[in-house]
Design a protein around this ligand. Sequence first.
Ligand code: NAD
Length: 309
Amino acid sequence: MKTYILDPISNEALAYAKVHLDVVCWDNPQINDYAEVEAVIVRTFKMTPVIINQMPKLKMIAKHGVGVDNIDISYAKSKGIRVTNTPDANMNSVAELIIGFAFNCVRRMTQSQFAVLQGLEANSPLNLSGYELSGKTLGLIGLGKIGMSAGKKLRDAFAMNVIVYDPFAMAEQCNSLGFTKIRSLDELCSKGDIISISVPLTKETKNMIARHEISLMKETAVLINTSRGGIVNEDDLYEALKNQKLFGAAFDVFVQEPISKNHPLLTCDNFIGTPHNGANTADALIRMGVGAVDEIIRLKNGEEPLAKL
Ligand code: NAD
C-alpha cells in the first residue's frame, strides 16, 4: 500500500513501516507528488480539503497522536477516506509532563535555577519558597485518558483530592476513582490548587479559561495546559501572572506554535513554557508511530481500524 509519511516519525516505527508498506518518507522529493498515495501518516501536517483533493486514491489518514484538529475529518469522510488516531499511545507521557509541571511550579524549580544563575547571597530565599502537593486539591478539566491518568497518579502518590469538571464524565465513574464530579467550571476554578486542562480544542473549549475563570482561582493556584493553545486566553493569563494573581502556570501548547521567544508569557518568571513536548518521549513516539502504521496494515489486510474517528 502506497503510504506517505508526511512528518518525521521514530526510526523504530519507520523500520516497521518499511517492512509492511510501500513507504515514501517526508524527506523524499517524491513526497510532493500525491497522485498515487493511498494512505498517509501525519503528525502536524495539515490535511485540508485542498490537500485531500490532490490525493485521488487516498483511503486512510492515520494520525500519529491524539489531537486531530489538523485534519478536516468531515471532508475526508465525505470522500470515503478513513481517519484514525493512536488514542492510548501518548497518555502516559503527557500525564507525566503534567506531574512534572505541577512539581516544577509548586517548588519554583525553574525560578530557582534562574536565581542561582544570577547569583545568590544565601540559601533558601523566601521568595523561592514553594508548597507541597500532598493533600492539596487537583482540579481536572476534562476526564479523558490523559486527565484520568494524571489524576490517578497524583491521587495515589500524593493523596491529592481530585475534583473533575467534564460534562461528559459520569458521576459514578468519578466516584469509583475516588474523584468528585463538579457541576460548574467556576466551582472547579475556585477550589483547585493545581488546575490541569485535558480537553480537545473545540468551539466550546476555545477560550474556556479567560479573565473571569482566572479571577476565581486562588492566588496560590497553578494552571497547567497540555491540551491545545487557545483553550486559555493567553492575554488574560499574562495579566494574572504579571500581577501575581496566580502562583504559577505551565503550558506545553500555545495559540501560535512553536512559541516565539518573544512571547509575553515568557517574561513572567512564574510561567514555564515548553514546545509541545507532551508526547515527545522515546516511548510515546514508538507507540504512536507503530500504532499509526498498524492501522494502515489493517486497511491493507481488509480489517477494520482499531481507532475509527
Ligand atoms: P480524550 O478524548 O480521552 O479526553 C478528552 C476529555 O475532554 C473527554 O473526557 C471529554 O468528555 C472532555 N471534554 C470535552 N469537551 C469538554 C468541555 N467543554 N469541558 C470539559 N471537558 C470536556 O483526550 P485525551 O487523550 O485525554 O487528550 C486530551 C487533549 O490533550 C487532546 O484533545 C489533545 O488536544 C491534547 N494532547 C496534547 C498532547 C501534547 O503533546 N501536549 C499530546 C496528546 C494530546
